[in-house]
Design a binder for this molecule. Structure first.
Ligand code: SF4
Length: 333
């Protein structure tokens, strides 16, 4: 697959350094096609590679339990920067930095940013190395550029699906954000977390476009889910089983808050939050998702019952207001 750096030499060095005999390769969906090729590179070293075929949407989903079961010496996790603090199995992160150039897409974003003077820059780990170039283009166009550096994530300006601390930390200092990267997912997160105009510069398609209409639509959908959940008699509280998504203490607190407000609540342990899994419990009227907060936001129509983020639940149960939620963010801690 062209366009990404899989750091094959570093992978080989890490395997040798650790004396690993069996390794688990974990790749996100877009990079999975590279699995067999990378496995071949490793196999030639006399090492047994096993490719994880399970979905992997973030570094929160480190496959340590699976690795332990398989007697794995080393996990090679592609496409994300380190997120989980203490790994139980030695792990190497290969961030798969993109090798595409961003200049054309950033240039194309300039007309969309013409009414804004102060621009916040953000991106995913794949493109953090391009922020300086993007900054130069914006400065040449007369903009003041700000890059936030306040999050638990690894790099200034970096965002992940559920952590927008870097952009939130500078939201009051900018008129708009420019996100560099492909797809709408992260840019939508920026718009929802900051309520600022947000433009995408997509270096894969060499295009630029705004995301704010989609953010407005998402907010309307979320408000409808919260309103529906206000009438729920019984809540289900989802406890994620993925390493970086397990928030049992928070789930227990939510159950307590629901019951204090006269609504019985049940805890559900779940690995993948899928509509068909939740359909098995017709007596539950609404769910609170303490696992990945983006799941319910991405596909509300697929779920027959409202699936709320923790912050949305606090509004539905009457412990917070929609205005507070907009300040705090739909899914921020
Ligand atoms: S919890 Fe969800 S949004 Fe956050 S890193 Fe994991 S998959 Fe991405």
């Amino acid at each position: 697959m062209k366009g990404f750096d899989f750091e094959e030499e570093r992978i080989k060095q890490e395997i040798v350094k650790l004396g690993a005999k069996r390794v688990l390769l974990q790749l996100p969906e877009g990079l999975k096609p590279e699995g067999p090729r990378l496995a071949k590179v490793i196999e030639r070293m006399g090492v047994v590679p096993i490719i994880s075929a399970d979905p992997c949407y973030g570094a929160c989903d480190l496959a340590t339990a699976e690795a332990t079961r398989l007697g794995i010496d080393l996990i090679i996790h592609f496409g994300h920067a380190k997120l989980v603090k203490h790994e139980q199995v030695p792990t190497v992160y290969v961030e798969a930095r993109a090798t595409v150039t961003v200049a054309e897409a950033v240039e194309k974003s300039l007309p969309l940013l013409s009414s804004y003077g102060k621009i916040g820059l953000a991106t995913t780990v794949q493109h953090v190395q391009t922020l300086d170039e993007a900054r130069e283009i914006l400065v040449r166009a007369g903009k003041t550029v700000v890059v936030g550096d306040a999050g638990r994530v690894n790099y200034p300006g970096q965002v992940i699906g559920c952590d927008y601390s870097n952009v939130r930390s500078v939201a009051n200092d900018v008129d708009a954000f420019l996100f560099i990267g492909g797809g709408r997912f992260h840019a939508l997160g920026i718009a929802l977390s900051t309520s600022k105009p947000t433009v995408i510069a997509d270096p894969y398609e060499n295009t630029a476009y705004p995301i704010n209409e989609e953010a407005k639509k998402t907010l309307k959908q979320r408000w409808a889910c919260v309103e529906e959940a206000e009438h729920a008699k019984t809540f289900g509280v989802l406890v994620g089983l993925k390493l970086g998504q397990k928030r049992l203490d928070e789930a227990l607190q939510i159950k307590e808050i629901a019951e204090k407000n006269g609504k019985p609540a049940f805890l559900f342990a779940i690995r993948e939050v899928l509509p068909e899994a939740l359909m098995e419990f017709p007596s539950v009227d609404a769910y609170v998702n303490t696992a990945c907060p983006r799941i319910s936001l991405e596909a509300p129509a697929k779920f027959l019952k409202p699936v709320l983020t923790v912050n949305e639940f606090m509004v539905a149960i009457g412990e917070s207001s929609w205005e507070n939620l907009l300040q705090k963010g739909l899914f921020e801690d």
